[in-house]
Design a protein around this ligand. Structure first.
Ligand SMILES: *Cc1c(COP(=O)(O)O)cnc(C)c1O
Length: 401
């Protein structure tokens, strides 16, 4: 998408607005599947929580992707998008047995991540095959909020509990058709990933009826110049080789599964905002925009750095700005950033706005959540309307006083 395309979107649908480029999603999907072409059966389950718009799910479905879901509502969004329930894996954390049963009834693959539910589910439904989420206790990623494989993590069943896992499976007569890990959303190091994979292969030998091994995700994408990104082609080469060897030992051609969110959609997204005020203080120049952490919380929540470009004045002289939102508490998108000269009314474009941006948006300060647009085959399609005051008051029950 060119600057002109983006400006046209901002003009037509107004700001703030999220725009997703379908072609970038397709490119990332292909990059990943190409990296694993040495493996006969590969299945990608896109992690819906990254960006859950139904039209985006349809794009991924059309590419052949399945879905990874973490709530029953995400399962239902996938079904709305026309995804076959067999291509949906349900990987919740700490949900009730009832919710798992609802998902099972919808025909999706269940992934269980604690022994208590494993035993209860296996006892009640020994005929429904399940996947088990293993915690290999491998530290991956620099951010403790998104690293989920460590010893204190609430995710998965510890590999040290393998004997009890075996016993439950045997006693209930249930079938384990897959094993899974997801070590965190920020893998820097391929060797760490391969080490965790070895632990998963060891664990896999315990189960005789496997159909797939799911290696989760954690692929890192660059946010700014010089950022390390996961070299998926190198990972593909190394892991494919090991996976094929393992299948030979196991005596069966298993499916290699992944469930990336960020990798598939992060770079496809741009967030467009308009500058309301340029405010000079004694220490900095603020560009105050018509949005805030209610729409894009990642900089405040994770300290993440989204590149910001002034697409209204891309050739302007560069100056330093702090880009801030309109929320009534500290609400900083970027500090001391070099951006081409900003004038009031200019449109700024945030990069990497596909993953965990709209899906984490809220109505804080009673603001409307933005519109979403899909750029598909050279055309802009509105895929979510901007909210209205009705959305703010619609569910409120006003009492007589
Ligand atoms: C969040 C999540 C993912 C996706 O992580 P990304 O870093 O976006 O690729 C995959 N699997 C599970 C179980 C998750 O919770």
């Amino acid at each position: 998408m060119t600057h002109q395309d983006l400006l046209a979107v901002a003009q037509e649908f107004e700001s703030p607005v999220y725009v997703y480029d379908a072609e970038t999603i397709q490119k990332q999907y292909k990059k990943l599947t190409d990296a694993f072409k040495q493996v006969k059966k590969v299945k990608i389950h896109y992690a819906v929580k990254a960006l859950s718009n139904i039209s985006v799910l349809k794009v991924l479905n059309s590419l052949g992707s399945g879905l990874d879901t973490v709530s029953i509502q995400e399962v239902r969004l996938g079904l709305e998008a026309g995804v076959n329930p067999k291509d949906i894996i349900y990987t919740p954390n700490g949900v009730s047995l009832e919710e798992l049963e609802i998902a099972a009834k919808l025909g999706v693959q269940i992934n269980i991540d604690n022994l208590s539910i494993l035993e209860q589910f296996g006892t009640k439904h020994p005929d429904i095959p399940v996947c088990i989420r293993i915690n290999p206790h491998v530290m991956a990623g620099g951010n403790t909020n998104i690293s989920v494989g460590h010893i204190d993590s609430k995710f998965g069943i510890s590999i040290h509990q393998l004997p009890l896992m075996d016993r439950i499976v045997e006693n209930t007569g249930m079938t384990v058709n897959g094993i899974h890990m997801h070590t965190g959303s920020d893998i820097l190091d391929i060797d760490v990933f391969l080490y965790a994979a070895e632990i998963l292969f060891e664990t896999a030998k315990h189960f005789k009826n496997l159909e797939f091994i799911d290696f989760g995700s954690g692929f890192k994408v660059p946010y700014k110049k010089g950022d390390i990104q996961t070299d998926v082609s190198e990972l593909g080469k190394k892991l494919s080789k090991r996976f094929n060897e393992f299948c030979k030992d196991y005596g069966k051609e298993l499916t290699l599964a992944f469930e990336p969110g960020k990798f598939l959609v992060s770079e496809a997204g741009k967030f467009l905002v308009q500058v309301n005020v340029v405010k000079q203080t004694t220490s900095t120049v603020f560009a105050q925009v018509d949005s805030g952490f209610n729409h894009l919380i990642r900089p405040m929540l994770y300290g993440s750095q989204h590149e910001i470009e002034n697409i209204s004045n891309p050739k302007g002289k560069e100056r330093f700005y702090s880009v801030v939102g309109y929320i009534c508490e500290t609400d900083t998108f970027a500090n001391n950033r070099r951006i081409s000269e900003i004038r009031e009314g200019d449109i700024l474009a945030f990069s990497n706005a596909g993953a965990y941006c709209f899906s984490m948006a809220s109505n804080y300060n009673s603001r409307y959540r933005p519109a979403e647009v899909l750029w598909h085959q050279g055309k802009a399609h509105l895929i979510r309307k901007r909210e209205t005051f009705e959305d703010i008051v619609g569910n409120q029950v006003v009492i007589e006083l």
